[in-house]
Design a protein. Structure first.
Length: 203
């Protein structure tokens, strides 16, 4: 099975036909898709002017989309390296039990769904790398009451997410499932109340 870098080379290879280059970009998302596969594809298409079903896209647009994906992947790989170093130090110091942040990291290992968007067409508009920088930066700060990506405060608890975690706080502004470690207990409680109100209004 081809890895991310091998697939990226195919996307850039002008000797390959465009259908294969497009297919290779889609396959890259099986290795790294910060919003989840469908939402990340929708994001890249929207930002780079690619029709989602176009089998013969502009090669320059494909490469631009790949450049954005690779930038975000570099941000995530640096974070994973720092995370592994921290856990090694903690274990050396006798801290064996993973914390709340570690549970979140386990679910997003490899970068797939690190900023999951449960609705494929609802995702941040900023470049993927910028979104991950904001998210990772928030993990190093004290928890807050706003989305770390768009700074929106309308966060609603959803019980029917399509992927793990199966329930969690979703930012109504940019669409990401907000990692609980970046939110205060009061913000999580407020999101749960907002979710219950929305369920009650539908019932």
């Amino acid at each position: 099975m081809a890895g991310f870098r091998s697939l990226a080379r195919q996307v850039r290879d002008g000797r390959c036909d465009l259908a294969l280059r497009r297919y290779s970009l889609r396959k890259c998302l099986e290795r790294f898709a910060p919003y989840g596969h469908r939402a990340t594809w929708d994001h890249l298409c929207a930002r780079h002017g690619i029709e989602p079903e176009d089998r013969d896209p502009d090669p320059a647009r494909l490469v631009a989309a790949l450049d954005e994906l690779e930038d975000a992947r570099a941000v995530w790989l640096a974070y994973e390296e720092d995370f592994a170093d921290r856990r090694k130090r903690e274990k050396h110091e006798g801290l064996r039990r993973p914390g709340h942040l570690d549970d979140w990291h386990r679910r997003s290992w490899g970068g797939n769904g690190v900023a999951r968007c449960d609705t494929p067409h609802a995702h941040p508009s900023q470049p993927l790398g910028e979104v991950l920088r904001r998210l990772i930066g928030a993990l190093d700060e004290e928890p807050g009451s706003a989305c770390p990506v768009c700074r929106g405060t309308h966060i609603v608890w959803r019980q029917d997410l399509d992927d793990e975690p199966w329930a969690g706080p979703v930012c109504e502004g940019c669409g990401i499932v907000v990692p609980q470690p970046v939110l205060t207990a009061a913000a999580v409680a407020a999101a749960r109340r907002a979710g219950r109100r929305e369920l009650a209004s539908v019932a």
